[in-house]
Design a protein. Sequence first.
Length: 444
Amino acid sequence: FAARSPPPATGLYGTDNLDATLVDHWLDQASAVVSGGAFQGMCETIAAYLATRTHLVGHGLTVADLAVWGQLSCARQWEAVKKAPALAHLVRWLDMCTAHRVISDVAAETVAARPGAKRAATQAQKVADNGSVGGGADAGGSFDINLENASEGNVVTRFPPEPSGFLHIGHAKAALLNQYFARQYKGKLIIRFDDTNPSKERNEFVESILADCATLGLDHDVVTYTSDSFPQILEIGAKLIREGKIYIDDTPMEKMREERINRVDSAARANTVEANLVLWGDMLAGNAQGLECAARFRMDMQNDNGALRDPVAFRCNLTPHHRTGTTYKVYPTYDCACPFVDSFEGVTHALRTSEYRDREPQYVQVQAMMGLRKVHIWDYSRLNFVYTTLSKRKLQWFVDNGHADSWDDPRFPTVQGMTRRGLRIDALKEFILMQGASRNVNLM
């Protein structure tokens, strides 16, 4: 109202009726510039509009600029996305507005008057004095993590759910983070079903996961299955046996576990390559002898990191697979298949929760043993809830024992359960994005 009032020479509502109409349009648009799943897309739209303009309307500062500037300045997500190449013109425009003498004076007075401003100033001083606050680079919910060797158009991420249950809120975080970085760098997002355990996996879960991905607005480029790569994985398994990097072990499971804990070499470690190939043939055939065996990577049984003590690479399973039926009797473990398929499918950055941190050296070593291209790893904190379980094994127990009708029970932390309870997907996505890609662990 003040901008429309005389004297018109202020120009805050433009210089003519067309300008005034455009200002009204941008005032409406400004209300949509808020943190959430659509935030970056809105920012990219404004940036594209500003590519050939200095101001939003006309040739001078108007209320439209003030409104959008105010929204961006208050949006917590702006700091996380502003380095995206597609937002260069928006950053340029925002810097120009911020540098305006009147705006900078008003902004300084407004910030100083906010509750908590004194505390924020004290923290800022600590940053200047000590270089960090509350854990340094790991603190907070930032997306500014500087993915190693990431560049526009050359980032490929993957979301690899196992089709053994419905997606829960922890999976939603993984899915949205992978999409975030794929889109930030104008790259590619793969949804890959990690279907290496036919005893737990069903087509029902594949369909529910794809439905949940659609509900979350996951903009994937391709859907793949680890089972698509079974022939190549088995082929490289045989190659590693011939090179002495994998051996076949018929040690009973409990004894094998005990030996790994106590750092005791298995007697099978001394097998010849020829003996290992014979046992490998038994495993491929799924006969009685093969069912007693497991193929293990030859790493370091004395390593302090238990994940490097000759982990299992392949095991037999006669259960029909939900896609390949009875074609295969031998299946790769996650520790074997994931490093291979990540590299094979062109993934550049593997985002994993911090619970896998001890397994990262194993991941790197498996790729080196296979002679594959290195995939960069970034681990982020998993969601940890008090009085809520995200374990699919435990959730399945509730269903199997009649305590819940299905995985979409409103009491479950699954995407379908939460939506049945009344949670809006936009709210869920905003909650996830507020966590960022930080390694800082929090209990909720």
